[in-house]
Design a protein around this ligand. Structure first.
Ligand code: CP
Ligand code: NVA
Length: 309
């Protein structure tokens, strides 16, 4: 695998992750701080699923850094007709300088990285969504000037939840994940974090939100789960983040959602649009944190040893 690929947050240690967040914060006020680190570089974006934020923020970030992009949707590559990922990886490695990939299975992403000689950046798989969490960390840092506050995640044990657990384990913040029975993160995953006593899992949304500074949720029906929609809506009913649930958080708590949000399902309209909601700031922060990530990969400013194992 290319050593500079970014498939999950665990490539960072505590120090380097905080450095990236601080750099992202600077970029949020000084857009062109980093110069042309991607000059004459072409980055391909392979998106087999829909996207608004990830696609657009990465395309803008790459252009701001002097590079150019080729967007490849699901109907544009021979992958759609059965060409193996490993062949695609080797072919594209001879044309472009990096691939940002939104795929279904995480194993496919690992295959892409294993067969590429260029950096591969995870733009979401069914397993995790690390670039989203970089923006979430930035949003919390901007709000509280620290990441070490209590985070509550209420909802599906999904890609967002896994990346939040990874972030908590690296930074050391308290995280309580509440999911309905049958929708918890899988046992083997939780087992890996057994020794992190500040990461907790529950089926009780109130327990999760109690005393939290950050209340985070995500859709109950992730991309690819559309067939389960009715069952999920019924199974998740108690897990809507509404005013009542939010009132258990601290008075200065903020509401986060990776978006797109489905009002009346995982979150009520008044919480999403309320004064404690930071969801649009969070979405805008995608641009700054992704730019910092790209810069760290392509500039060589942070050595592999510090930043990318
Ligand atoms: N949050 C997020 O990744 O949004 P998109 O699906 O629009 O990229
Ligand atoms: N869990 C959601 C995140 C969307 C950004 C999904 O995978 O569809």
């Amino acid at each position: 695998m290319n050593r500079k690929s970014f498939l999950d947050l665990t490539v960072f240690d505590n120090h380097s992750l905080k450095e990236i967040i601080k750099l992202s914060d600077k970029l949020s006020t000084t857009r062109f701080l980093l110069g042309d680190v991607l000059k004459q570089k072409v980055i391909a974006l392979i998106f087999l699923k829909h996207s608004t934020r990830t696609r657009v923020s990465f395309e803008v970030a790459i252009r701001d850094l002097g590079g150019s992009t080729i967007f490849l949707g699901r109907d544009e590559l021979q992958i759609g007709r059965g060409e193996p990922i490993k062949d695609t990886a080797r072919v594209l490695s001879g044309y472009v300088h990096g691939i940002i990939a939104r795929l279904y299975s995480h194993d496919s992403l690992i295959e892409l990285a294993n067969y590429s000689t260029i950096p591969i950046i995870n733009a979401l798989t069914d397993y995790n969504h690390p670039v989203q969490i970089l923006a979430d960390l930035l949003t919390v840092y901007q709000e509280f000037k620290t990441l070490n506050v209590k985070w509550a995640y209420v909802g599906d044990g999904n890609n967002i939840a896994r990346s939040l657990v990874e972030a908590a384990s690296i930074i050391g913040f308290e995280l309580c994940i509440a999911s309905p029975q049958g929708y918890e993160l899988e046992k083997e995953f939780k087992e890996k974090y057994r020794n992190f006593d500040f990461i907790k899992f529950t089926n009780d949304p109130v327990l999760s939100v109690k005393g939290a500074s950050v209340v985070y949720t995500d859709t109950w029906i992730s991309m690819g789960q559309e067939a389960e929609k009715e069952k999920r809506i019924s199974d998740f009913k108690r897990f809507i983040v509404n005013k009542e649930l939010f009132s258990h958080a601290r008075e200065d708590a903020i509401f986060l959602h990776c978006l797109p949000a489905y009002r009346g399902l995982e979150v009520s309209e008044d919480v999403l649009e309320g004064e404690r909601s930071r969801v649009f700031k969070q979405a805008h922060n995608r641009l700054h944190s992704e730019k910092a990530l790209l810069w760290s990969i392509y500039s060589g400013y942070l050595s592999d040893k510090i930043l990318l194992k």
